[in-house]
Design a protein around this ligand. Structure first.
Ligand code: ATP
Length: 452
């Protein structure tokens, strides 16, 4: 087998292993499974929903909580239909579509590599290319007519633009400042695929950063650097992350520049997040369509300014998938009996891990061990994502927690009753350290929250 093909197979196999781990351990299940599933819909299970929440919390912490110039927003999914005329989505948010007249399958005309053979035999017989609008339409209220039609938002950004004036006046922010929002978006994608990478319902984390026109270029470069660094800071390997500048042919007519942060997924480089300089397009459009003045008034210079906007826009599901793929590892170990074994481990950043510490009594049938370990567990879970588990051999329990990315296991054994200390095992090095019970909290706090 040629080397590149072999490499491709290994990478594809990796995706299958991750999908299987996600299902087995409760990260991600096929949606509506008991009814045979609903194509390309996925449900996040106990560990997946926690991991996703951790990704969103870390993003919020970095871009809102730790900055003076940023505030948050949670706008409605349903917006006035004029919003989507102003934003250009009614007129332009479409992909080129072709149908095969024989097998009835639909393809994106710009992604024809997937349309190799027709299942009805021979080559596909394609229709002319037509534009297919990706917005989901639904009816609002009990009367169904033209005026009750609304869209499920295809991006969260417009909720920020229409609230620009509300937020600016109520928070009294001065330029430059930004608004951050996390929420669901919907796109009727022609070819959803690749697990959670491209779905019709997904979550976005978006920022609109408002600046004076002359500050836009510098701010754009700053956001590109900061967003790139955020993925690296939370464990993505530098070799698997790259920045790609959009060529002039890819840029929206109003955008002045755009960079994609791309991740090396098992199928190749694909977009995680886009950072765009959107000029004053959005606010100007909403002023035109709503007739409202959305200009910023500068108290000092007495000037009215239409701010320019820098938009870092990322996908929550894509970030979760990248963190899972990047942290997945298998290493060779030796069992207690001296046999070779393969260990599956998610080397997740401790702040992303859905379980940060597992407290394990060495034996479940010893009440004094159960009591002491439960007491420790109950005190730790006030501060960390903690689990308690008493079933199975200790080695097997370590493996179970390695597989879900838990960075620390704390074992309470018979000596603990005497020396008031426990064994802390590190997921990555598998090394064990004896730590006095009254220092466990500090030890974990430093390891989990003060890495640098
Ligand atoms: P793509 O080219 O992959 O369709 P896009 O350039 O249309 O993405 P944007 O409109 O820039 O995407 O949306 C911002 C972010 O939202 C993307 O970087 C991605 O992380 C996420 N996203 C967009 N569409 C989807 C989808 N169908 N499923 C999951 N995430 C998505």
């Amino acid at each position: 087998m040629p080397q590149t093909e072999e490499k491709k197979n290994v990478r594809e196999d990796l995706m299958e292993r991750i999908v299987s781990l996600c299902r087995r351990r409760g990260f991600i299940y096929p949606g509506s499974e008991i009814y045979g599933g609903l194509a390309n819909c996925w449900d996040y299970g106990p560990l997946g929903s926690q991991l996703k929440k951790n990704v969103k919390d870390l993003w919020w912490r970095t871009v809102v909580q730790e900055r003076d110039d940023m505030v948050g927003l949670d706008a409605a999914i349903l917006m006035h239909p004029r919003t989507w005329e102003a934003s250009g989505h009614v007129g332009n948010f479409s992909d080129p579509l072709v149908d095969c007249k024989k097998c009835k399958q639909r393809f994106r005309a710009d992604q024809m590599e997937e349309a190799a053979k027709c299942p009805e035999g021979g080559q596909h017989e394609f229709t002319e290319v037509r534009q297919f609008n990706l917005m989901f339409q639904t009816q609002m209220g009990v009367v169904q007519d033209e005026t009750s039609s609304v869209y499920l938002r295809p991006e969260t950004a417009q909720g920020i633009f229409v609230n620009f004036k509300n937020v600016q006046t109520s928070s009294r922010k001065k330029l430059p400042f930004g608004i951050a929002q996390i929420g669901k978006s919907f796109r009727n994608e022609i070819t959803p695929r690749r697990f959670t990478f491209r779905t019709r319902e997904f979550e976005q984390m978006e920022i609109e950063y408002f600046v004076r026109p002359e500050e836009a270029d510098a701010s754009f470069n700053e956001w590109v650097d900061q967003r790139h660094k955020w993925y690296l800071d939370h464990g993505i390997k530098a070799d698997n992350l790259r920045l790609r500048a959009h060529g002039a042919d890819e840029l929206a007519h109003y955008a002045k520049g755009c960079f994609d942060i791309e991740y090396m997924f098992p199928w190749g480089w694909s977009e995680l997040e886009g950072i765009a300089n959107r000029t004053d397009f959005d606010l100007s459009q909403h002023m035109k369509f709503s007739g409202k003045d959305l200009k910023y008034f500068d108290e000092e210079t007495k000037e009215h300014v239409t701010p320019w906007v820098i938009e870092p826009s990322g996908g929550v599901d894509r970030a979760v998938l990248a963190f899972l793929v990047d942290s997945y590892d298998e290493d060779e170990t030796v069992t207690a009996k001296g046999e070779k074994d393969t260990r599956v481990v998610l080397r997740l950043h401790p702040q992303l891990a859905p379980v940060q510490v597992a407290v394990l009594p060495l034996q479940k049938n010893k009440p004094e061990l159960v009591e002491l370990s439960q007491k420790l567990y109950k005190s730790l879970r006030l501060h960390f994502l903690a689990d308690w588990d008493g079933t199975g051999q200790i080695g097997k329990r370590y493996r179970r927690y390695d597989e879900v990315g838990c960075p620390f296991c704390v074992t309470v054994d018979f000596d603990s009753l005497e020396d008031k200390a426990v064994t802390v095992r590190d997921r990555d090095s598998m090394s064990q350290e004896r730590i006095p019970l009254d220092q466990v909290f500090d030890y974990l706090r430093k390891k989990i929250f003060c890495r640098e």
